[in-house]
Design a protein around this ligand. Sequence first.
Ligand code: X2X
Length: 336
Amino acid sequence: MKLTRRTLGLSAAATLAAPALLAWPADAAEFNYKFATNQPLTHPSNIRAQECIKRIEEQSHGRIAIQLFPNNQLGGDTQMLTQVRAGTIMFFPVSGLIIQMIVPTAGANGVGFAFKDYHEVWAAMDGAFGTYLRGQMAGAGLYVFPKIWDNGFRQVTSSTRPINTPADFKGFKIRVPVMPLEVSMFEALGAAPTGININEAYSALQTKLVDGEENPLSIIYNWKFYEVQKYVSVTNHMWDGFWLISNRRAWEKLPKDMQEIVQRNMDQAALDQRGDIRKLNDNLQGQLQKLGMVFNNPDTTPFRAMLQKNNYYAKWKKEFGSECWGLLEKYTAKLA
Ligand code: X2X
């Protein structure tokens, strides 16, 4: 399978040219919004966002106009999150890991080795655990759409050595997103993590500021990390998704019928995007091998044991609190 944007059925370049064909000039709209993403144009999030923007503009008969700013055009994750809170960005799919900076529980789905498969992930995220997390984020001025978008199960890449056992992490300099849960996990595994936003990750790898990073295959591919990394160790150490967030005050100003149109289409986009990412993450290994990457499948038992031993689970159970932890464990095996 050739994995280009064509395999997703759409050309990103063609879809992004769509505003020129709009039936309603954007300056005639009552509600003008910015939709920002942290992903390159080829990533399914941008393709599905563009489709759903088009549907929203059509179904609102031009009352709503949304402009897409892909590829960190409006800044790194940290800056874009600030712009959502200020109300200048209206829509932003961002990892709960990043939101952890302002809402401590928002990253709780990222507890190491919590989810065993997608069945558990969607049951939890579309169920009571997701509802709880969204409630927590609402308290920080965010409106969070019900359906989370997929990022995927995260794997470790490296330019120096494959990770087979926890001993391989000793002194391993690894780029992680700017968030406490990840830093704490890789410290507990003996590595030396550094929080860096995704838009600066490639150059950190290229200049050897770090030896490796960890991300789902769809990110490794779309960000061309294969150019600066050799090994992929399939650890599935964490599941990560993008919450589509909005500014709560701005969202509440939108009339109910317009909210309904936006929400219906955003949730549809989320489900479509989940299908795309699943396909990519399931199929990219062969493509990345052709590009020179070498895969290995470590036994994860000793990694979990090391996290237990270094009190990682006990620490995060305490930080997140028993309600949050209990809701997570409702869907996963017992973690601590
Ligand atoms: O920054 C990352 O590694 C990414 C793209 O996976 C997130 O959004 C957390």
